[in-house]
Design a protein around this ligand. Structure first.
Ligand code: CTP
Ligand code: MG
Length: 233
């Protein structure tokens, strides 16, 4: 029997509205190369990953240069020019494009283009934790701050117990067939795990890392760059 394989799927079709920059944030240069290039280099360099798919917008004007500047990506990465209006739709379009190459019981690691700090070591940690799991799961970090709910007028309405609370990261790793079924059935969700949860299943939480932060606001760029320049995982 051939063991199940692992594929990476990178939604990279967002516009980066909250970053407010001239170009979509996934093309911002950090530590010498675009965010998306960091992510593609990481997955393309992993022996455990059979192939990587990245979904970009239909009128994306940056991806060709990125691929030209990274000749080692050729043959390891397929660009799907079919981004959707939402992250969920972009992921679904990517899953559709992967269909000819992947079986229902093989694994997909969905990872944000906006998380350039992911190391191969972290991705391997996720794969090792989940390869025999019935459901799948995600990298996530236990919340350490005390949490406050706002009253909507700038004051504290309540302190929310943080017991058991984790912040979801990516990759989120599920089998192709289950993931596609879950996302097709889901209302708008902001991650894959939510769609799996809506089926009544319980994704496993695997400890992630602060270096795997999602770059969302302008201040996040400098922090992500610090992690990218550091040698540790
Ligand atoms: N994404 C996507 N298709 C969309 C929206 C988002 O592929 N229609 C991708 C982004 O490119 C990013 C990831 O999903 O890699 C996480 O989304 P987010 O951080 O929200 O990025 P943006 O949607 O681009 O940012 P914003 O919400 O600030 O506009
Ligand atoms: Mg968004």
């Amino acid at each position: 029997m051939i063991p199940p394989r692992y594929f990476a799927l990178i939604p990279a079709a967002g516009v980066g509205a909250r970053m407010g920059a001239a170009m979509p944030k996934q093309y911002a240069s950090l530590a010498g190369k675009p965010m998306l290039r960091h992510v593609l280099d990481t997955f393309a360099g992993m022996e455990a990953i059979t192939h990587t798919f990245a979904v970009v917008g239909g009128s994306d004007g940056y991806i060709d240069d990125l691929m030209r500047n990274g000749p080692s990506l050729a043959g390891r990465v397929t660009i799907v020019r079919d981004g959707g209006d939402t992250r969920r739709q972009s992921v679904l379009n990517g899953l559709l494009a992967m269909r000819p190459q992947i079986a229902d019981d093989e694994w997909v690691l969905v990872h944000d283009a906006a998380r350039p700090g992911l190391s191969a070591g972290l991705a391997v940690r996720l794969i090792e934790a989940l390869h025999a799991d019935d459901v799948g799961g995600l990298l996530a970090l236990p919340i350490v701050d005390t949490l406050k709910r706002s009253d909507g007028a700038g004051r504290v309405d309540a302190t929310v117990p943080r017991d058991g609370l984790w912040a979801a990261q990516t990759p989120q790793m599920f089998r192709y067939g289950l993931l596609r079924k879950a996302l097709e059935a889901a209302a708008e969700v902001t991650d894959e795990a939510s769609a799996i949860e809506a089926l009544g299943l319980t994704p496993r939480l695997v400890p992630g890392s602060p270096r795997n932060l999602k770059v969302t606001l302008p201040d996040d760029l400098a922090l992500a760059e610090l992690y990218l320049k550091a040698l540790n995982d």
